[in-house]
Design a protein around this ligand. Structure first.
Ligand code: ZN
Length: 418
C-alpha cells in the first residue's frame, strides 16, 4: 500500500474534530492544543534560558504519570528538560549515544559562548527514582517499591556514563517524592533534599540561592572526578545551575503544600497510555502513562503491561462511579514528525508495527494482566465489582482502544488520525 505523509495527516493547520474519541483521549488532545500554543509563545524565553545556561538538562524517569510534571517541579520551561520515559526509569547505557544526539538537537543551542570562546554544551543528566514519603507501598510499581535498589541502579549507571562520556556528561541520581514532588540530590559525599530546606532559616532573606550552592559544593565537591574532567567554565557553573533547580523545586514544593494537593495524588490515576515522545508539555501530574518509543521491545512490553494495569484500575473505578458501560483504556501511539523531508512515511509503518506488536502483546498477556488488575496486592481485589462490569472484563482486550497520532516537535502539537 503506498501512502504519502499528507494522506495520513492532511494538514496540521486543519485540526480534526476530537468528538469521536474516548473522553480521556479527547481531553489529552484538547489540553495539548492549549499547551502547544503556550509552547510556541514561550519560544523567546526558551532561547533565552538556553543561552543563559551552560548545561543541557536531561532526565530519565519512570513512565509513572506522577513523574509527568517533573520539569515543572524543577522549574524549567517545557522543552528545556529532555525526558526519557520507561518503567522504573531504566537507562540502557548502551543506548545513550543515541540519546546524546537527542531529538531536541534541532531546537537547542548545542554550543555555548564562554569567555568569547564557543564550546560544546555539557549535559547534566538526572537519573530519577520515585517514591512516596507518606506511603512506602506507593512507590515504583516496576521496582516493587524497592527505592534503595532503584537508587543503586541509578548510581551504577551514573558511573557508567562518567566512564563512557568523560568531560561531556555529569550524571546524578535524584530521588523524587511524588507526595510533594520534592527532590533529593544524591551526591558522592551526601544528599541534599528540598524537604529539609523547608524549615531552614538560611533560606530566608534572599540568601537561599548562595546557601544552596554552598550545600551542593559539600555533597558534590569540586574535586569530584566527573567535574574535574569538565573544562573550567562548566566546572564553575555546575553547582550554580544545579542550585537553580533545587531552589526552584523548593518553591514548587511550597506551592504544592499551599495548594493542599490531596495526598491521594500519590495513588495511580492515569487515564491514558502514550507511546511516543514530546509529551513533555503535560502540566498535570498523574493523568498519562508515558512510554518512550525508543525502548527495547522487552522494555516497551513491560512498560505497556504496567501502564495497562494502572489505567485499567482508573477506568474501572470511574466506570463503576459513573455507571459507564462503555469504559475503555485509550492507548495513543504517536509518530514524531519534523516535516515532510525529515520524517519519511515509512516511520508511520514503523509506528503501526508498534501498534500491531502492542496489540499482539495485549492479546497474549490479557489473562495475566487481568489477574493482576483483580489481585489484592496490585489491583482491585478489595473492590466489589457490579455484574455488568465483570461481564465487560471478559472482553478486556476490546476495551483497549489504539489511537494513532502525529506530533510536530517544533510545536509540541499532537494530531490524531484515523
Ligand atoms: Zn515507577
Amino acid at each position: 500500500m503506498s501512502m504519502t505523509w499528507s494522506a495520513i495527516t492532511p494538514s496540521l493547520e486543519q485540526l480534526p474534530d476530537l468528538q469521536h474519541l474516548p473522553t480521556a483521549a479527547r481531553r489529552f488532545f484538547e489540553k495539548n492544543r492549549v499547551a502547544s500554543a503556550n509552547f510556541k509563545r514561550m519560544a523567546p524565553q526558551r532561547s533565552e534560558w538556553i543561552g543563559n545556561h551552560t548545561f543541557r538538562l536531561k532526565a530519565v524517569a519512570c513512565s509513572d504519570g506522577r513523574m509527568n510534571d517533573f520539569w515543572l517541579a524543577i522549574d524549567t520551561y517545557a522543552g528545556i528538560l529532555e525526558m526519557r520515559r520507561t518503567v522504573g526509569g531504566i537507562l540502557d547505557p548502551s543506548d545513550y549515544a543515541y540519546n546524546l544526539e537527542g531529538w531536541q538537537g534541532v531546537e537547542r543551542a548545542e554550543r555555548t559562548e564562554v569567555n568569547g570562546m564557543t564550546q560544546a554544551k555539557a549535559i547534566m543528566q538526572f537519573l530519577t527514582v520515585h517514591y512516596s514519603h507518606s506511603n512506602p507501598l506507593s512507590g515504583c510499581l516496576k521496582r516493587k517499591n524497592q527505592t534503595q535498589s532503584g537508587l543503586e541502579d541509578a548510581q551504577r549507571n551514573t558511573a557508567y556514563l562518567h566512564e563512557a562520556y568523560p568531560g561531556s556528561v555529569v550524571a546524578l541520581p535524584i530521588l523524587v517524592d511524588t507526595d510533594l514532588d520534592a527532590i533529593v540530590v544524591v551526591g558522592p559525599k551526601g544528599r541534599l533534599g528540598t524537604r529539609e530546606l523547608l524549615d531552614d532559616s538560611r533560606m530566608e532573606g534572599g540568601n537561599g540561592y548562595a546557601h544552596v550552592v554552598d550545600l551542593l559544593r559539600k555533597i558534590i565537591p569540586t574535586n569530584w572526578e566527573p567535574l574535574t574532567r569538565l573544562s573550567s567554565p562548566f566546572r564553575v557553573r555546575f553547582h550554580e545551575e544545579l542550585a537553580e533547580r533545587v531552589v526552584g523545586n523548593l518553591a514548587f514544593v511550597r506551592s504544592v503544600i499551599k495548594s493542599k494537593r490531596p495526598i491521594e495524588t500519590a495513588e495511580h490515576k492515569e487515564q491514558i497510555i502514550l507511546v511516543g515522545r514530546h509529551a513533555d508539555w503535560i502540566t498535570e501530574t498523574n493523568t498519562a502513562f508515558l512510554i518512550d518509543d525508543r525502548e527495547t521491545k522487552e522494555q516497551l512490553f513491560e512498560s505497556f503491561e504496567i501502564g495497562l494495569l494502572c489505567c485499567a484500575k482508573t477506568a474501572i473505578l470511574e466506570a463503576i462511579k459513573a455507571g459507564d458501560r462503555e469504559w475503555c483504556i485509550p492507548v495513543i501511539v504517536n509518530i514524531p514528525h519534523d516535516g515532510e523531508k525529515d520524517e519519511p512515511v515509512s516511520k508511520a509503518y514503523v509506528r503501526r508495527l508498534v501498534q500491531l506488536r502492542l496489540s499482539e502483546k495485549l492479546r497474549r498477556s490479557a489473562p495475566s494482566i487481568l489477574a493482576r488488575i483483580m489481585s489484592k496486592e496490585d489491583g482491585l481485589g478489595n473492590t466489589k465489582l457490579p455484574g455488568w462490569l465483570q461481564t465487560s472484563l471478559a472482553t478486556f482486550v476490546d476495551r483497549v482502544v489504539f489511537i494513532m497520532s502525529v506530533s510536530r516537535r517544533d510545536r509540541r502539537l499532537f494530531v490524531p488520525f484515523a
